[in-house]
Design a protein around this ligand. Sequence first.
Ligand code: FES
Ligand code: FES
Length: 273
Amino acid sequence: MPHEIDKDLPAQLSADEAALLAQMPALHDVGTSRRSFMMQTGGGGIGLFAANLLATESALAQMAPEPGALSASLPAQNVVAVNFRVNGTPQTLAIDSRVVLLDALRERLALTGSKKGCDQGQCGACTVLVDGQRVLSCLTLAATLEGREVTTIEGLAKGDQLHPMQAAFIRHDGFQCGYCTSGQICSAVGMLGEAQRGQVSHVTGDVGKTTTRLTDDEIKERMSGNICRCGAYPGIVAAIQEVHSGRQAAQTWGFATETQLASARKEDGHATV
Ligand code: FES
Ligand code: FES
C-alpha cells in the first residue's frame, strides 16, 4: 500500500525519490522500521541509491528491444506456409520462418520421439531423415523443407513391425535411459545409406577405393555426432554392425523367469510374493 512520506525524512529528496519511497512496502510487511532503515543508511546515501535506481530503470525502459530477441509473448512474424510429408502423411504448416524442424515436429505435429538435447547441433538427439539423409532437426529451418519427405523415429516401424535397426537396438541393449535413442537409430539408418552410396569417412583407409564393408571403427566414427550420456556405445555399435552385416546375432539379454526372480528375492532376504 502506498505511504505518506514521513515528515522527518531528509528534506533533500527529489519528487522522483519521494515517489519511490512511497511505493516501498508497509512497515509491518518488512519487519523493520523504514524510519530506522533511513536513519542507518543516511539521508545522502538513500538519495544516491534512489537516484541510481531510477536512472537505471528509466534507461532500461527507454531501450529499444533487440530486433531478433525471442519472447514467448511475441506474435509470429514472417509466417510462411510449408507443404511437406512427414512419415508419409502430407502436412501443411503456417509457421514463423524462424521455426526449426525439431520444434515444428514436437510442438505442431505432436511427434515427440525426436528429442531436444543441446538445441545447437552438438548431441544428435534430434536427428531425423530428410529424403533419406540424416539431418539435425534443431538446425534445420522447417521453412526450407517445401516438398521434402521427413522421416522421424515414429515413421520407421510399419505398424507393429519394428524397423530392423530398432529391433537390433533392443536385441543388443543399445540404450539405457533412451533419451538419445531415437536420434541414434535415425542416424544409424541414414549412415548405412551413406555407406551404401560409397561415401568415405575420416577413418577410411583408402579413400580412392569404395568400400561398403564397415568396421567397428568406421561405425564409431560415422556415428560420432550422436552422443549417449549413458555410454551405451558397445550395444549401439553391435546393433548397427548386425544390421549392416545382415547376420542377426542372438539377443544378449533376456527377461528373468519367475523362478529366477524368486531365487533372487530369497538371496536378498525379501519375502516371496
Ligand atoms: S538437439 Fe539437435 S544436436 Fe542436440
Ligand atoms: S541411452 Fe541414455 S543417453 Fe543414450
